[in-house]
Ligand binder design. Structure first.
Ligand code: AMP
Length: 192
């Protein structure tokens, strides 16, 4: 399975990406997690990303694209992947499409997680308290939601035009949302 997971911060992408990668026995590639690990280890990539992350801005496309392209060459991605947090810009989506076209293994679906803004703010405030994520502070949360609306939301149309978009109602218990996603993916594979 080759999937991308789109949605605002707090939509539950990470949680569902882990479940989906397990279900399809493929790689879970979460760009935010890779950046946080690099920041924690003090690598050059981490130093390049940190100031953007702390502000709630996107890390520049060229940095993210190079990192993801390298990760997709890893052996575990040959069984497929769930990309969580990438692409976040049209540039990134185009780079991914080019790469997958070269390999002759295009994306199978783009899941877009629908959650109301009230629910997002509630979840993000809870996460800030539980995980001490610097970028979950209230002001930064609002900024990340704006960045999503401006830079990432256009990807919903991008994938809709390509016939890959699946919209997921992401409110509800984790297992219920996972079942909804699996049913929707199954529906797209049945002959019309
Ligand atoms: P996340 O855990 O996916 O919310 O990502 C945390 C932060 O990492 C984001 O707010 C960005 O600063 C950075 N980041 C993660 N993925 C990307 C991406 N695809 N493009 C640009 N920045 C990213």
């Amino acid at each position: 399975m080759r999937l991308v997971v789109l949605g605002p911060p707090g939509a539950g992408k990470g949680t569902q990406a882990v479940k989906l990668a397990e279900h399809f026995a493929c790689a879970d590639v979460a760009t935010g997690d890779i950046f946080r690990a690099n920041v924690a280890e003090g690598t050059e990539l981490g130093r390049a990303a940190q100031e953007y992350m702390d502000r709630g801005d996107l890390v520049p496309d060229e940095v993210v694209i190079a990192m993801v392209m390298e990760r997709l060459a890893d052996r575990d991605c040959q069984a497929g992947f769930v990309l969580d947090g990438f692409p976040r810009t049209v540039n990134q989506a185009e780079a991914l499409d080019r790469r997958l076209a070269e390999q002759g293994s295009p994306l199978e679906a783009a899941l877009s997680f629908d959650v109301t803004e009230d629910e997002l703010l509630r979840r993000l405030a809870g996460r800030a308290a539980a995980q001490h994520r610097a970028d979950d502070a209230e002001q930064t949360i609002r900024h990340r939601l704006e960045v999503f609306a401006i830079k990432t939301r256009p990807l919903i149309d991008y994938y809709a035009h390509r016939g890959l978009l699946i919209q997921v109602d992401a409110i509800g218990p984790i297992e219920v949302v996972t079942k909804r996603i699996l049913a929707a993916l199954d529906g797209t594979r049945r002959p019309a």
